[in-house]
Ligand binder design. Structure first.
Ligand SMILES: O=C(O)C1=C[C@@H](OP(=O)(O)O)[C@@H](O)[C@H](O)C1
Ligand SMILES: C=C(OP(=O)(O)O)C(=O)O
Length: 432
């Protein structure tokens, strides 16, 4: 479908019963790729996510000298970038992880690396990371658009590293970026967050755990300070967990339509913030059971309003907001100011688009107040934001005539969303 075509979101009249396999975690795939590119030996990543954000990451790392080959079973076989190569350019698209993780790695390259991406990449925050990298010894040219893309990292084959303070309130990915590459800096990195509230902290924990699994010593005993010792990174062959944030709209269907949706291979222990869906959907009135089969969410078509702080799981906001608009009582979603800096200003976009369907959503700097009222059909703009598009799909289950703009934008993190959605509604499993 072209960007201008409208996708008629299917409405349901019967309960949904489906098993929905969800592809690998974007965040784990892109961290594993970066660590593999910086490591000492080759490794195999099984069930990686193949979507726009991870394909951009793979292309970026190939440009910097890594080998990433398709295995026969859908795996990626990665050989490290030795050396990390410069004299190249990288397209970051609109991917936060590529935008933050790769320029940090490129500071180790043996020549200049030019970065550019979608128009949104020129706006999303990067300045604090650029400043931190400069303090750690990197040379970065960003005169065209200071603190943003496009920019050039003038790698000199090594980076001193050491102690640095960074304001990571606009994105946790600045800290994750420094943790992922830090062991390869001559002095490692000792990074302290200074500034406003640090969002999305489970993703920093994901970086810590994956870096440690690669044999690197990380001290995180002090709040908001991480010390990474210099040393080799050892590649870890691994199977990537399903993307729990991408599971959100599918599981939400069980609340809207009633019925039961199961996502197989839900991890028992995970750093992914999407695991909090079990608690959130329970508060909203569903039954959530984690068994050997996976996570099953059972609903009866009633949805309760919630008062939630979503700072740690803010990327779940679009799905929760869509459910809240269909609930039997008002909701308040707090701690979400920084999602104004995601693929689009999600606070403003959710208020505008739900209100465009007749909703009663009030936007505050850091929160959304959602009064459930009867909704009607209409065009739901997605702003090149995959999670806005899937929020439109969730609303469309209950509201006839919702037409989502640019449903293909879901390909940022989830291939074949319309076919997966249709398969779920038909009660069949699309597979990964
Ligand atoms: O590090 C990561 O993999 C991510 C961190 C979060 O970013 P922010 O801290 O910018 O919210 C999250 O929203 C994003 O989808 C993935
Ligand atoms: C904020 C998101 O992505 P990014 O990694 O581009 O920041 C997201 O996937 O919701």
């Amino acid at each position: 479908m072209s960007r201008d075509e409208l996708w008629d979101a299917p409405t349901v009249t019967e309960p949904v019963t489906a098993r929905v396999s969800v592809p690998g975690s974007k965040s784990a795939t892109n961290r594993a790729l970066v660590l593999a590119a910086l490591s000492e030996e080759p490794c195999v990543l099984s069930r990686p996510l193949r979507s726009r954000d991870t394909l951009l990451m793979a292309d970026a790392l190939r440009a910097l000298g890594a080998g990433i080959e398709d295995g026969p079973d859908g795996s990626w076989q990665v050989t490290p970038a030795r050396p990390v190569r410069g004299e190249t350019s990288v397209d970051v698209g609109a991917s936060g992880t590529v935008m933050r993780f790769v320029p940090t790695l490129a500071a180790l390259a043996d020549g200049p690396v030019h970065f550019d991406g979608d128009p949104r990449s020129h706006e999303r925050p990067l300045g604090p990371l650029v400043e931190a990298l400069r303090e750690l010894g990197a040379q970065i040219e960003d005169t065209a658009n200071p603190g943003h893309f496009p920019l050039t990292v003038r790698g000199r084959g090594a980076l001193l590293g050491g102690v640095v303070e960074i304001d990571s309130a606009s994105s946790s990915q600045f800290v994750s970026a420094l943790l992922l590459s830090g062991a390869r800096f001559e002095r490692g990195v000792d990074v302290r967050h200074v500034g406003g509230r640090l969002p999305s902290q489970p993703y920093i924990e994901m970086a810590v755990q994956m870096v440690r699994a690669a044999g690197v010593v990380v001290d995180d005993s002090e709040p908001e300070r991480w010390r990474v010792q210099p040393g080799p990174i050892h590649a870890v062959s691994q199977t990537i967990e399903p993307d729990l944030s991408n599971a959100a709209p599918f599981l939400a269907a069980a609340l809207v339509a009633g019925g039961r949706v199961t996502v197989p291979d839900w991890p028992r222990h995970t750093t992914q913030p999407g695991d909090r869906l079990r608690e959130i959907f329970t508060l909203m009135g569903a039954r959530c059971e984690l068994t050997d089969e996976g996570l099953s969410v059972t609903g009866d078509g009633t949805i309760h309003g919630v008062d939630l702080d979503l700072a740690d799981e803010s990327e779940l906001t679009p799905t929760i907001a869509a459910l809240a608009a269909l609930a039997d009582s008002p909701s308040r979603l707090r701690g979400i100011g920084h999602i104004r800096l995601h693929e689009t200003d999600r606070v403003a976009a959710l208020a505008k688009e739900i209100n465009g369907l007749g909703g009663a959503v009030t936007e505050r700097p850091d929160e959304l107040l959602i009064e459930p009222v009867p909704l009607h059909g209409g065009v739901f703009e997605s702003y090149e934001d995959h999670r806005m598009a899937t929020a439109g799909a969730v609303l469309g289950l209950a509201v006839p005539g919702v037409r989502v703009v640019d449903i293909a934008t879901t390909g940022k993190t989830l291939p074949d969303f319309p076919a997966r959605w249709a398969a779920m509604l038909a009660g069949t499993d699309f597979g990964c």
